[in-house]
Design a protein around this ligand. Structure first.
Ligand SMILES: Cc1cc2nc3c(=O)[nH]c(=O)nc-3n(C[C@H](O)[C@H](O)[C@H](O)COP(=O)(O)OP(=O)(O)OC[C@H]3O[C@@H](n4cnc5c(N)ncnc54)[C@H](O)[C@@H]3O)c2cc1C
Length: 403
């Protein structure tokens, strides 16, 4: 046991990933202090509130679910629509993010983790046998020590920047409003595409209990002189769909970054970053909760052992970095498929893609193989089996093969 520490681990950030990370460390007998800069958990949040089935299974928080999502209506730029999904197969859960985040953190506290609210690090120094973290708290500044400092502090992570651990490859930006009065179909989300509403990406309308979350996301370089709010307004006013939005009444709005592409050094001597801080949002959907949980499950057993054996040197952490290579490759492949089918397609090309997707045999294939969590098998099968998509193969091939 290292005598020079107050806690084995200090986690900066009590979001879903920080909360889950704390629980998993506790399960491995590791002492944990969480620092959260806000005075409450789950506010403010910037999220469409979708939690995929495997992430939900890990935490079992079904009482935070607002709507069970089993299908989608997808709309091409010119208005061609396809409907996918089977009512008996849940594709994802639409949750109340405030309740979800609170419950994940409550699980951590029940497992023995401690938390300091309205607290954040202002400095951190790595020593041979500990990390000294100076924190600001409502009661003044103080210094606490730990064996391992973890950043689960979101897209603009302080920990990542402090220790120069790299940058996410892509930083998308999302803008969303919450409305009443949207005439959606229960259990189905709407996906809208087009250069004027979500250049290179898509806009969404997600049922969330009595309300609907309507949003759009894109990369800053695709915005030009526009901003995301303008894109969303374009969607609401677009001739072919505007009737749907006429009766909507806005009750909230959110805007936030979506970091995607694992950073170069998510683990360095005595420091590790997780979730958005590590750049783990999916390039295909922007979802970050599931990938963050996956990263925690993968690394915590090794990190817990390393803490107990005092093996947290740069060489030890470099070995653990290698565990993330398959995850990184999978994200790169998904991004290559996204680029080929969506991000690099013009509106006319997207309309062509939709007209092919609308064939009954392709809808059947999507329903059978489509998986929000893992779009790679479906994407590859389409490139292989649908002659019209073979022209996309060249675009996607290098990244898919070399990943
Ligand atoms: C518009 C939009 C829609 C999205 N939709 C979805 C979706 O449907 N599904 C999905 O899975 N993901 C979605 N995401 C992404 C998702 O919100 C994130 O991936 C997820 O919240 C990541 O969790 P996290 O715990 O890593 O970070 P965060 O949720 O950002 O939590 C970080 C925590 O750290 C705290 N913190 C930050 N800095 C400090 C500091 N210096 N000191 C102390 N505390 C600090 C913050 O207050 C916060 O509580 C969306 C994002 C956007 C912008």
């Amino acid at each position: 046991m290292n005598d020079s520490i107050d806690y084995d681990v200090i986690i900066v950030g009590a979001g879903p990933v920080g909360g889950y990370l704390a629980t998993k460390f506790r399960e491995n007998g590791v002492s944990v202090l969480i620092l959260e800069e806000h005075s409450e958990i789950g506010r403010p949040f910037q999220c469409a509130g979708l939690v995929n089935p495997s992430a939900m299974e890990k935490v079992g928080l079904y009482d935070t679910v607002l709507t069970r999502i089993w299908g989608a209506r997808m709309h091409s730029p010119s208005g061609l629509s396809i409907e996918i999904g089977q009512q008996n197969r849940v594709r994802t859960w639409s949750v109340c993010r405030k309740l979800f985040d609170e419950a994940v953190v409550r699980e951590a506290l029940e497992s023995g983790a401690e938390i300091s609210l309205s607290s954040k690090p202002i400095n951190a120094v790595r020593n041979e046998d500990n990390v000294e973290v100076e924190i600001s708290t409502p009661l003044g500044n103080k210094t606490i020590t730990c064996s391992l400092l973890c950043g689960a502090d979101g897209a603009h992570s302080w920990v990542r920047r402090k220790f120069r651990m790299g940058r996410p490859k892509e930083m998308m930006i999302g803008f969303q409003i919450e409305v009443t009065g949207y005439p959606g179909v229960d259990g189905k989300l709407d996906v809208y595409t087009g250069e004027d509403i979500a250049p290179g990406f898509f806009a969404w309308a997600i049922p969330s209990g009595d309300t609907t979350r309507i949003g759009t996301w894109t990369r800053p370089d695709r915005l030009g002189e526009r901003n995301c709010e303008e894109l969303l307004n374009n969607l609401l006013k677009k001739e072919i769909w505007k009737e749907r939005f006429n009766g909507c009444k806005e009750i909230g709005r959110y805007c936030g970054p979506i970091p995607s592409g694992l950073i170069s050094k998510p683990l360095i001597e005595r420091v590790a970053v997780f979730g958005d801080a590590a750049g783990l949002c999916k390039p295909t959907t922007g979802g970050g909760i599931g990938k963050g949980f996956e990263q925690v499950d993968l690394l915590v057993p090794y990190l817990s052992e390393a803490i107990k054996k005092e093996k947290l040197s740069e060489t030890d952490m470099e070995k653990m970095r290698k565990l993330l290579i398959p995850m990184k490759k999978k994200l790169n492949r998904s991004k290559a498929l996204r680029n080929a089918f969506l991000t690099e397609a013009t509106d006319d090309e997207l309309d062509d893609v939709f007209s092919i997707w609308s064939r009954p045999e392709i809808i059947e294939l999507i329903n059978e193989k489509g998986d929000i969590e893992n779009p790679i098998p479906l994407g590859i099968q389409m490139l292989r089996d649908v002659p019209e998509f073979r022209r996309l193969t060249k675009k996607a091939a290098a990244a898919i093969i070399l990943g």
